[in-house]
Structure formats: C-alpha cells, structure tokens
Write a protein that binds this ligand. Structure first.
Ligand SMILES: NC(=O)c1ccc[n+]([C@@H]2O[C@H](COP(=O)([O-])OP(=O)(O)OC[C@H]3O[C@@H](n4cnc5c(N)ncnc54)[C@H](O)[C@@H]3O)[C@@H](O)[C@H]2O)c1
Length: 322
C-alpha cells in the first residue's frame, strides 16, 4: 500500500492515478478539502483509493502504519509565494518533511520514502549538466526550503535508517499543472491575445512533461529497494532552454503574435541555469525523457485551450513580481 502526500495536487494526483492503474492500493493525504480536490475525481471512485484530509504537519505513526511506501509530494511549491511567505514555506517544506520522517520512524515497516526535490535547490550550478553529486546551491527561499527538506531526508536516513529516496525535477508541465507556473500563465495569455510577460529572460530551465516524471516515480516505487534507497535521481528532460526561448515557444504554439514584454529578474534568478543529467535515472530507473520540451508545451497548450473554451472570460489573477 502506497501513501501519497499532496495527493490532491498536480503531481500527487497523477501519481496516485498511475499507481491505482497498476493495481496498488493508495492512500492520498492532503490538506485540501475533499470537495475541492478536483484532480482526484477519478481516484475517489476507485475502490483501492482512500483519502485522508490532514496536514503532514499533524501526521501520526498510525497514519503511516500498513503502508510499505510513502511518496512525499505535499509542499508549498510556489517560488513567487515563497518570496512573500518564507516562514510559511519553511514550515510546510521543512517542518512538514520532518514530521513525516518522524511518523515513518515510529511507525516502522516502510521500505521507501520518496521526496519530491526541485531544480531550485541548485540555482548557481558549478557544472552542467547537473548530476546527483552536485552540491545544493539554492538561490531563493523556495529553493532553500526544498534543499533543507532533502537534507532532512538524508539526515534521517543516516541517523535512523529511514529508507530515503529523492527524485528532483526542474519545471514540470502538462495538463492539470499549477496555474501559477509561468508557462501556464504565458499560454493562458497568448491563447487569448494578451502579452506574455517574462521575468528576466536569459536564465534557463529544463522542462519536463508530467507523464515522464510520473513514470520515473512509479519505477522508483516498484524498483528493488537496494537499487534506490539512499539514492538521489534527477528526472529532467535534459534540454537547456532559455526562458525567453520558452516564451517564444509558447507564443508560436498558441499560434499568435502577441508581444513579449520583459520585466526584472526575480531576486536571485539572474544567472540561473538548469539542465540535468538523466544518466543515473536512465540506468537505474529505466527512465526515458520521451517528451521533448516543445511537445510538452504543445500538449499543455491543448489543455489550456480547453479551459479557456470551457469558461470564456475567466480572468487569471495576476501574481505580482516579488
Ligand atoms: N510542479 C513542478 O514544476 C515541480 C518541480 C519540482 C518539484 N516539485 C515538487 O513536487 C511536489 C508536487 O508539486 P505540484 O506541482 O504537484 O504542487 P501542487 O501544489 O499541485 O501539489 C501540492 C499539494 O500539496 C498539498 N499540501 C500543501 N501543504 C500540505 C500539508 N501541510 N499537508 C498535506 N498536503 C499539503 C496541497 O494542498 C497540494 O494539493 C512538491 O513537493 C513540489 O515542491 C514540483
């Protein structure tokens, strides 16, 4: 039986669905009220799915008992929000992870705990492509919180033999993605003839499609324990793309000629580069980044278009630059 924390979110809901399809029993834990957990509609109807409406910060050993795997995706995942609320972000992403690790420790019987790491843990790479040996070099409060969460995974592994596994990704996109992420906002605007607003432009991203990421998670969950416990994996696409090129890609995919407007970089972002070596994930997890970034943007745009058509005139609340 697998517990997925953050199950009502983008990655968690897709992971829960994939695991159910493979015959696993899944407990989804999330703070989101069940009636608002839109992404879990199909999962709620599945006989092998159970929902626990609870914060990881209140998780108890009894919640963990009976699960052989815990996939920890619950987090405050938003970089701009973390600039505004760094303390809340640390509570969620660091204290929340520690509470989970303590519950796992006292429950016993868990063979793998997987943590969703982020490319934001390495904002100033010392070499490219970044691999699993690269030191953590976060460059913003969100990156710090994810790096600290990852360090907790390794500290509890060394101290208490917690069977920690870390899977880190850059920006993950696809149908159901968070609407706060810049690629969603650009597609949403471009498809409606509005300008694309780019913070900075020369920084780079490794854009990965959700199905590829979910496949890597599933493979790690199903892999022999000795192959993955104590290991970190980068699950990227392996393409380094500047943010300004991504903006052009979104505009072209939308089939418009809307202007691209440039504003200042977010704090710490100027000079950020992101591209991951997926060699270890390929070798150990059988991972393959099968969807190139341009195709991932196209598939995401198709979904954004259906949202716009379903609710014409809906306004996306602007997120002010920090
Ligand atoms: N989406 C990306 O581009 C990306 C990239 C790298 C890493 N990640 C990491 O992957 C994970 C999932 O990201 P996502 O994009 O699916 O985010 P998401 O916001 O869609 O999902 C996160 C879920 O966690 C839940 N949650 C938040 N705090 C909680 C708490 N205290 N207890 C229980 N549930 C809580 C939220 O309600 C939400 O449903 C996060 O850990 C994020 O940091 C995401």
């Amino acid at each position: 039986m697998v517990m997925v924390t953050g199950a009502a979110g983008f990655g968690g809901s897709r992971l829960a669905e994939a695991l159910l399809d493979l015959g696993h029993s899944v407990t989804g834990l999330d703070v989101l009220a069940p009636n608002h957990a839109e992404a879990l509609r199909r999962q709620f109807a599945h006989p092998n799915f159970r929902y626990v409406w609870k914060s990881v910060q209140d998780i108890q050993p009894a919640d963990i008992a009976g699960h052989s795997v815990v996939a920890h995706l619950a987090a405050q995942p938003d970089t701009p929000m973390a600039f505004e609320s760094p303390r809340y972000t640390v509570m969620q992403n660091v204290a929340g992870t520690v509470e989970l690790l303590e519950a796992v420790r006292h429950a016993g019987g868990v063979s793998k705990v997987l943590f969703a790491g982020s490319g934001n843990e390495l904002g100033r790479p010392r070499y490219l492509p970044m691999d699993e040996d690269h030191p953590l070099t976060p460059h913003n409060p969100y990156g710090f919180s994810k790096a600290a969460g990852e360090l907790a995974m390794w500290a509890w592994h060394r101290a208490y033999d917690i069977p920690s596994v870390v899977l880190s990704t850059g920006v993950v996109i696809g149908p159901g993605m968070r609407r706060e992420v810049f690629i969603f906002k650009w597609l949403w605007n471009a498809l409606q003839g509005r300008p694309i607003v780019v913070e900075g432009g020369r920084q780079t991203r490794d854009v990965t499609f959700i199905d590829d990421v979910v496949e890597a998670w599933v493979n790690a969950i199903q892999a022999p324990v000795d192959d993955v416990v104590g290991q970190k994996f980068y699950v990227g696409c392996g393409e380094e793309i500047t943010v300004e090129d991504l903006a052009v890609m979104c505009r072209d995919t939308a089939g418009t000629s809307v202007p691209i407007e440039y504003v200042d970089y977010r704090p710490g972002e100027e000079g950020q580069r992101e591209v991951f070596s997926t060699r270890k994930a390929r070798q150990v997890l059988g991972y393959s980044a099968s969807v190139p970034a341009a195709e991932a943007v196209r598939l995401t745009a198709e979904w954004v278009r259906t949202l716009i058509e379903a609710r014409p005139g809906e306004v996306q609340p602007p997120v002010p630059p920090p």
